[in-house]
Design a protein around this ligand. Structure first.
Ligand code: PEP
Ligand code: MG
Length: 899
């Protein structure tokens, strides 16, 4: 038989699935012997059954009865007893804490009949009426859904009438009057009286907690944070202890360390003669926790000792809620506390130094996403600008620019060198050009899966979305913000994509100290504790990692940066940019060549240019492998635009203009090579097979560059990579040509620089025939960008801005498959190709060089399926290194996973 209710003595901290986070931790503290008021937890299973069938499971009522009786016995009071009532609180508590879940209801069990009894027992009628008016308001608001303001306004009115600044100045008569008013409000708004039967109060509150699981805000939050929708929440019923019994009582929240920056030492707020949410609701000014030392030393000392015990027990930063009832301390809640990225790194190493955790655990407790946050430039803290709104932190970074309200204007101004912030109610695919042009994007509608958020993240653009306080008027090119202020086009805005805060005016941007550390400008020498923490954890990650991390870099500059950021080589050097700019004309000549002679001349002109490029890159990566990929993009990218050229030739024909014969020939070539779907056209290896001499040119340039580096005393380690192969035969032809050229150069120069020859796997057919392809390849590098687009049949450039936000909303993806590898589909192809490739050639080197190489989740997957290294953009390197280390220590903890 299912047990729906657990006494605090029966649970423990590992039962979060069943008891929710709050319930599991209350049980843990109870069993540690800490002062927790007695109580019980109704499980998530009960909630799930309620949600599935629309009614509370029959056995639940009996179990609640039974636990209530035990609670009454422990407390020596009966729920609702008019002479001496037991009061309880009802609090929601899911596995993950979630905004939008039902707030706590305190003082359940009080009624018109039992207020006098409570007054007598406590010796304070004021306290009894204070407790009752709180129950009426909390129950009215959270269970009966009466608007909050009605209670607040009534309270304010009484304070005003009495000339009182705070609720503390209200006396028994005021509070009794307030209770009367609140009861009337409840009756007027709900058409029924506030329930006087304590058991009915309890049952209604429990049901309200269950219902709040499906509240709109909770649902939205779960979707955004990818929390499963079917977990359900637990409900905690706890005997009341009172912080509102006088000035020797109070309530507070505290952290065992500073969750903002990780500083050591307790940190928190305290409020005397107060209850529940008073501390966080801002009704009165709270005192810093340290003030409690002078108010009630013994309670303070006990609190510190409990906090130290909790930290040692949980071996982590804990956040707690407590109440002091007439000098007696009670613990109401604890959990491992949330913290900023900086605090996460600092606290992890502090705990190592205190002997509480190992370096492996410290590494497991920080994430690549946190490290990435620490690497964005930040706004300087001393900015003079005024905060005008706050939205969602949709895509990190700090962006400053003039406000513009439409994309066209954004593009115009950006082209003139003016930084802009694109401000829209929400964006749509027509805004793409403006989003590309802008420094940052600010919207007043939409969440983290809105179009603006998805596209901005994909582009790495700073974005704050859903800043609802801003009223955007695109027609008048302005936005109204709270306080009667209006932002006009051209006004400077600063937006913080990491916190969601929007400022009017320019906030100075400062570089991240963590990036300065990676760049070698700052040392881990004890002057900045954050830099020290990052250094120690990165060092450990590098030592733990099995997966190597290389960079995608195609210039010497990028290669140098990549080295500083810890790359152990280049995993992808794209060569296409080496054929653009002034060199495009040479490629055009090659494509249009009329006969071998012309083609050879064009190739001969390209050779030294290519060679110099490679000399520089091999020098920057001296001693480390550099995987150079042969040309990939479609040929037409090297030719003039079809429409423009057609118009020019057409106009010349109409006006009888002479001397355009060359353009006519060019137009024919452009037409011949025009493709409706260039992504699926003459790309990659296909180019090399169609244009005679292209492969030979590139391989010769690589080999000669290596010879030059050797002659200069260097240690060049080039690798040649063939893109977009679909069949082993394609690779065999290219490989033969490449080997011939390598042998020629070795014979000519007398210097033999070995170079591995391998291929990218980026076409599904290549993955499916990997066993065959491995026969001709010394390494595979998975091009997961193409593999993703070819597996799904959509191109990132075309579809990300058009329908991905809708797909995310519908839950078809949890995250864009271009950001994080789709394990079930694309990942399966990668795994299969890796296995079959290795089976055919055991020494085959395996890697990935698509964007996923820098994505934390994907890195863990690549580790698990046994790749040798990932390759990612230089800026993502530290994240990939950290995650490669984490993947190793986390995998060591877990049974091996096949997916
Ligand atoms: C890939 O397809 O994953 C890849 C790295 O190649 P590109 O992005 O240049 O197409
Ligand atoms: Mg590709």
């Amino acid at each position: 038989m299912t047990t729906y209710v657990y006494d605090f003595h029966q649970g423990n901290k590992d039962l979060r699935d069943l008891l929710g986070g709050k319930g599991a931790n209350l049980a843990e503290m109870t069993n540690m012997g800490l002062p927790v008021p007695p109580g019980f937890t109704i499980t998530t299973v009960a909630c799930r059954e309620y949600l599935a069938h629309g009614r509370v499971p029959a056995a639940l009522r009996d179990e609640v009865d039974e636990h209530l009786r035990a609670l009454e016995q422990a407390m020596g009071r009966r729920l609702g007893d008019p002479d001496d009532p037991l009061l309880v609180s009802v609090r929601s508590g899911a596995k993950f804490s979630m905004p939008g879940m039902m707030d706590t209801v305190l003082n359940i069990g009080l009624s018109d009949a039992s207020v006098p009894g409570l007054a007598r027992q406590s010796g304070s009628p004021r306290f009894a009426w204070d407790s009752y008016r709180r129950l009426l308001a909390m129950f009215g608001r959270t269970v009966l859904e009466v608007p909050d303001e009605l209670f607040d306004d009534a309270l304010e009115a009484v304070k005003k009438a009495r000339g009182a600044n705070s609720d503390l100045e209200l006396d028994e008569t005021d509070l009794r009057g307030l209770a009367e008013t609140f009861r009337t409000i409840v009756r007027d708004r709900t058409g029924r009286d506030f329930p006087q039967d304590p058991r009915e109060q309890l049952d209604l509150a429990i049901r309200a907690v269950f219902d709040s699981w499906n509240g709109e805000r909770a649902r939205l939050y779960r979707r955004q944070e990818r929390i499963p929708a079917d977990l359900g929440t637990a409900v905690n019923v706890v005997a009341m202890v009172f912080g509102n019994l006088g000035m020797d009582s109070g309530t507070g929240v505290a952290f065992t360390r500073d969750p903002g920056n990780g500083d050591q030492g307790v940190y928190g707020d305290y409020l005397q003669n107060a209850q529940g949410e008073d501390v966080v609701a801002g009704i009165r000014n709270t005192l810093p926790l340290t003030a409690l030392a002078s108010i009630d030393r013994p309670a303070y000392d006990q609190l510190l000792s409990v906090m130290a015990t909790l930290e040692r027990h949980y071996r982590d930063l804990c956040d707690i809620e407590f109440t002091i009832e007439r000098n007696k301390l009670w613990m109401l809640q604890t959990r491992v506390g949330k913290r900023t990225a900086a605090a996460a790194f600092r606290i992890a190493v502090q705990l190592v130094d205190e002997g509480l955790i190992t370096m492996d655990e410290a590494l497991a407790r920080v994430t690549g996403a946190q490290l990435a946050q620490l690497m964005f430039p930040r706004f300087a803290a001393d900015g003079q600008a005024r905060q005008i709104a706050r939205g969602m932190n949709a895509s990190p970074g700090a962006a400053v620019g003039q406000a513009v309200f439409d994309s066209r204007r954004a593009v115009q101004l950006a082209a003139a060198g003016v930084p802009v912030i694109l401000v829209r109610r929400e964006t749509n695919p027509d805004d793409i050009d403006g989003m590309i042009a802008a420094q940052g994007i600010l919207t007043s509608r939409g969440g983290k899966t809105s179009h603006a958020a998805v596209v901005a993240r994909g582009m790495g653009r700073t974005c704050v979305c859903g800043a609802e306080e801003i009223d955007v008027d695109t027609h008048r090119r302005q936005a109204a913000v709270p306080g009667g202020l209006v932002v006009h086009e051209g006004d400077v805005l600063s937006i913080d994509g990491s916190s969601g805060v929007v400022y009017l005016g320019e906030v100075p941007v400062v570089p991240s100290p963590v990036v300065e550390y990676f760049e070698g400008k700052l040392r881990a020498d004890g002057s900045d504790p954050l830099v020290d923490a990052v250094h120690r954890i990165m060092t450990h990650a590098d030592a733990a990692a099995r997966l190597g991390v290389r960079a995608n870099a195609d210039t010497a500059q990028d290669a140098e940066r990549a080295r500083q950021f810890g790359a152990v080589g280049i995993g992808l050097c794209r060569t296409e940019h080496m054929f653009l700019g002034e060199r495009r004309k040479l490629v055009e000549r090659l494509i249009l060549a009329d006969g071998d002679e012309e083609a050879d001349a064009a190739l001969a002109a390209l050779l030294p240019l290519q060679r110099d490029d490679f000399v520089e890159i091999l020098a920057a990566m001296d001693g480390l492998p550099v995987t150079i990929r042969l040309l990939d993009p479609p040929l037409h990218e090297f030719l003039p635009d079809l429409t423009e050229l057609s118009v020019r030739v057409g106009v010349a024909a109409a006006t009888g203009e002479a001397g355009v014969d060359g353009e006519v020939v060019l137009l024919e070539a452009v037409r011949r090579l025009h493709e409706e779907n260039p992504m699926l056209g003459l790309r990659g290896v296909r180019l090399g097979l169609l244009i005679p001499g292209l492969v030979a040119l590139q391989v010769r340039a690589i080999a000669e560059a290596a010879v030059i580096r050797r002659r200069r005393g260097g240690d060049p380690r080039p690798e040649i990579m063939v893109p977009l192969v679909g069949a082993v035969q394609e690779l065999e032809v290219v490989r033969e040509q490449a080997e011939r050229v390598l042998a020629e150069v070795a014979a000519e120069s007398g210097i033999d620089v070995p170079a591995l020859i391998g291929t990218m796997i980026e076409v599904p057919r290549a993955a499916l025939t990997a066993g065959q392809i491995a026969g001709a390849a010394q390494f595979f590098s998975f091009g997961t960008n193409d593999l993703t687009q070819m597996s799904w049949g959509f191109s990132r450039d075309d579809v990300e801005s058009s329908f991905f936000s809708r797909y995310l909303e519908l839950g078809i993806f949890g995250v864009s498959p271009f950001e994080s590898l789709d394990r079930d589909g694309v990942g399966r192809l990668v795994r299969l190709a890796a296995e079959e490739g290795r089976a055919a050639r055991p020494e085959l080197k395996l890697s990935v060089c698509g964007e996923h190489g820098g994505d934390p989740d994907s890195v863990h997957f690549f580790h698990r399926i046994g790749l040798d290294y990932v390759s990612c953009s230089p800026f993502r390197l530290p994240v990939a290194r950290l995650e490669a280390g984490r993947a190793a220590v986390l995998a060591a903890d877990q049974p091996s996973d096949t997916a």
